[in-house]
Design a protein around this ligand. Sequence first.
Ligand SMILES: C[S@@+](CC[C@H](N)C(=O)[O-])C[C@H]1O[C@@H](n2cnc3c(N)ncnc32)[C@H](O)[C@@H]1O
Length: 260
Amino acid sequence: MSAPVFSDNRSEHALDQHRCLSEAYDPITRSRLAAAGVGSGWRCLEVGAGNGSIAAWLAERVGPDGWVLATDLEPRHLTCRPRLSVLRHDIRYDPLPSNAFDLVHARQVLPLLPDRLSVLHRLIGALRPGGVLQLDDLDLGYGPALLTPDQRSAELYARFLAAKAEVMSATGADGSWGSRVATAMREAGLVEVDPVPHLSQWRPDSPGLRLQLNHTYRLREPLLAAGLTEDDLTDLRALLTDPGFRAASCVFYSVQGRRP
Ligand SMILES: C[S@@+](CC[C@H](N)C(=O)[O-])C[C@H]1O[C@@H](n2cnc3c(N)ncnc32)[C@H](O)[C@@H]1O
């Protein structure tokens, strides 16, 4: 089964995308996991682990008595190390142990999967009773340009975001899933559900805007099919690297729930 266009690790742009995600969100993800008590002896599942930055951090944190399993549809950017196992695994279909993990974490994986609710139930089934699920996912519905050299640039950025949303929904991805995670967790039976939203300013050197730049290359063909032109993409790249450009980030939701 191939990966969605946004997350195919065989792409030449994949590592840069993972680097941007790690730089932008690892500090938030790590501080939430630490607050949940992840520590010595925990057994953790990191789903769709990307470049493995969170899996490696977990492997340090759980110490000699713990264990981390990092899975990915295409795990070519993951490396095994002490206490960290890597598995090529499709979270939609491949077997998962039941009642096995103290922590299950996934970031920016479920939004890509059309059958995300059934995946959510699979993740919960992999938790031991009392175990913690943390989903860290974006809502791309907010994130306007705040300061541009001219009105045309503001309109171009808005058209880019709209075209990206169209490309995402054509693949069955859900760009606003982040804001619905908490409700989905509650409806799936988790308790102590706790959604924390994060918003920030993006500048051209922010990983969030570098990720947008990455997408102008990575999604070139679908963006052209969605109505942008080559000139638009050239102008966008200039805007995204213009030192005066400012945008609001999209909203990053870090959501925890506990299996009763
Ligand atoms: C947007 S990247 C996020 C990577 C990482 N979680 C992070 O936030 O830095 C999505 C990751 O999910 C993986 N993925 C996509 N579909 C998957 C599936 N069905 N099962 C497991 N992993 C999947 C991709 O290969 C990719 O590594």
